[in-house]
Ligand binder design. Structure first.
Ligand SMILES: *Cc1c(COP(=O)(O)O)cnc(C)c1O
Length: 392
């Protein structure tokens, strides 16, 4: 099949909900991808923060193939090994108490929202269901999670939205101003991803954690993008020295298969009970076996390398001397690059793609989420494409 044939089929039969780049991707190895016609691309996207182990990782492939030969799905009516094994690994490495598995980031955040409302209902009864979220946040595309998303352009067309969400700026004063007797939780991303790679201030986050404790508001941390090694620690909250009540994860956990979930602290571990929440595909054995292979790779030495690679990319980009780029923000291998006036991030991403480098955009910034296993050689190839492309 040629690219033109593929594009024509997609245009005819697939709903046009994505503004795709005019490029196909057929296969990959490490952090390098190839189109049907054999054109090579360096990947600074990981399929939007998903392919943590890049492409073709042998232990990941072996974990998936071994599991799928035994059992691909059985439902949550029965016990099966990979889910509990992955849950144990996640709890042991975070000190959290229990896991619920779903299939995506939005579904993980839905579980987190339901848990927060039931926690409060169980303890205080009705009338305490409001969740404060932040402006520029992104929490997903289901009805509750687009409502939770603090970007007004998401709050159109689909009326009525879910009740009881309020939005604050990422300052303690602004969050306090949205507080009240009706609040049960505050939900934040520690580095806002789709909203533009916007890190929250550490002292603010610590003060927020204290405020939440005083008010018995649950602190819900959406680590769908920042979690599972992306920022150089298993979860980003570990670098903010806070203890969230519930943490959601998804994108990177299964290295490319659909899997998401939440980790609840002891206080929140028994809120969701039989019949109050569930998911047919949740904890799918193949996805959770893949998650086990990802977690096994993410030891301390690996995470330290993620930090070092992030530092290398950041300084190299700052030293490119591109007149089109400004400073670099972010943590680990979640980086945002400022784009100078006169150019847009979309325009730059398109030029880079033409020259063989996949990059993301977020807010006004270029967003880089390379596979965590990217090599120095692959980073250097990507940097060379940036240097060659991003000048007059
Ligand atoms: C991607 C993302 C989501 C939504 O995840 P889906 O798997 O697309 O539903 C939610 N929160 C954050 C922070 C994300 O980056």
């Amino acid at each position: 099949m040629t690219f033109e044939e593929l594009k024509a089929m997609d245009d005819t039969y697939v709903m046009h909900t994505y503004a795709r780049f005019p490029v196909d991707i057929d296969h990959g190895q490490g952090a390098t991808l190839y189109s049907l016609a054999g054109k090579e691309y360096i990947d600074f996207t990981s399929g939007i923060g998903v392919n943590s182990l890049g492409y073709g990782d042998p232990t990941w492939i072996s974990a998936i193939t071994q599991q799928i030969q035994k059992l691909g799905h059985i439902s949550n009516l029965y016990y099966t090994q990979p889910g509990p094994k992955l849950a144990k690994e996640l709890c042991t490495r975070t000190g959290m108490d229990k896991v619920f598995f779903g299939n995506s980031g939005a579904e993980a955040n839905e579980a987190m929202i339901k848990l927060a409302r039931k926690y409060s209902f169980d303890k205080y009864g009705k009338g305490r269901s409001t969740i404060i979220t932040l402006n520029h946040s992104f929490h997903g595309r289901t009805m509750a999670t687009i409502t939770a998303t603090g970007q007004p352009h998401y709050h159109t067309y689909f009326f009525p939205f879910v009740e009881d969400f309020r939005y604050a700026d990422p300052t303690l004063e602004s969050i306090q101003a949205q507080g009240g007797d009706d609040v049960c939780a505050v939900m934040v991303e520690l580095i806002q991803g789709e909203g533009g790679v916007r890190p929250l201030d550490k002292a603010m986050v610590q003060a927020l954690a204290k405020l939440c404790q005083e008010k018995d508001w649950l602190l819900l941390v959406d680590e769908v993008q920042t979690g599972i090694g992306r920022t150089g620690t298993l979860f980003a909250y570990q670098q903010f020295d806070i203890q969230p009540d519930v943490v959601s994860f998804a994108k990177g956990i299964a290295g490319g298969l659909p899997l998401g979930g939440i980790l609840a602290s002891e206080k929140c571990a028994t809120v969701l009970t039989p019949g109050t929440h569930g998911s047919t595909f949740g904890a799918n054995p193949v996805s959770t076996a893949a998650g086990g292979a990802v977690m096994a790779k993410l030891d301390d030495a690996f995470l330290k390398e993620v930090q070092e690679k992030g530092q290398y990319l950041r300084t190299s980009i700052e030293n490119l001397g591109s007149p089109w780029l400004g400073g670099v923000v972010g943590m680990g291998l979640m980086l945002g690059v400022d784009v100078k006036e006169g150019h847009t991030n979309k325009e730059l991403a398109t030029l880079l793609l033409d020259n063989g480098l996949l990059c993301l955009t977020a807010g006004e910034r270029l967003r880089l989420l390379p596979p965590l296993v990217i090599t120095k050689d692959e980073m250097d190839k990507g940097l060379a494409i940036m240097k060659q492309t991003l000048h007059d």
